[in-house]
Ligand binder design. Sequence first.
Ligand SMILES: [Zn+2]
Length: 270
Amino acid sequence: MIASLTKFGLVAFCSSLLVACAQSPTGRSQMLLYSPQQMNQLGADSFEQMKKQEKVSKDAKLNAYVSCVAKAVTAQVPASYGITSWEVVLFDSRQVNAFALPGGKIGVYSGLLKVAKNQDQLATVIGHELTHVLAQHSNERLSRDQLTGIGLTVANAAIGSSDSLGGAATMAALGLGVQVGIALPYGRTQESEADRLGLELMARAGFNPAEAIPLWQNMSAAAGGNTPPQLLSTHPSNENRIAELQAQQAQVLPLYEQARANGLVPQCKA
Ligand SMILES: [Zn+2]
């Protein structure tokens, strides 16, 4: 059985009442020290900073394409998350990268579109990034850092003082490490979780989950090129990834077929 995304709602409820009481959507126990409100604030502030640092693309056609894919995938996020709107920004950059932040923020770099070669491959990345947010992976990382003492000062300063919001270490914990020069890779468990549930999200949106395999193959191939994907620094791949994605196809294919039967047939074009 695939894990249900609707479990997320319970997790959010639980973590808002009791610190360290949470379960990831695949049933893994999580320690979360920050409230969803705090995480949303961190996400929103960091996103504003990214928009100042990076060049925002004015290419109408590419913006429409990225928005089309993002809109279809985010439409599948259960209402229990309480995310009422999504802000999607395309950055004009050769970087092969993308990110999602708590508070409904999605950033895509135009360089990614050379590796994610069609709408289904782009949906793979967006579904993966969204899952990191929905499964509260950055909250988990900030919380772990705080307990181990590494991020104590940083996290407290970030939460308690507006001056420190968007600080490099906080942004790194949110998965923006590459942009701020500190690469903090997600853990293997978080990566598997994001792959698995991201696949489910994209399939529910009517994107072909089989395209997740060529996407990650393209990503690996690009690693040897002139512009190695920065996405791989924060989302490390391993030889098991493709095998796991292949093994999960049988579980998500019915969701894809059901979505198509229900008229969810995205036609986003670059
Ligand atoms: Zn990841």
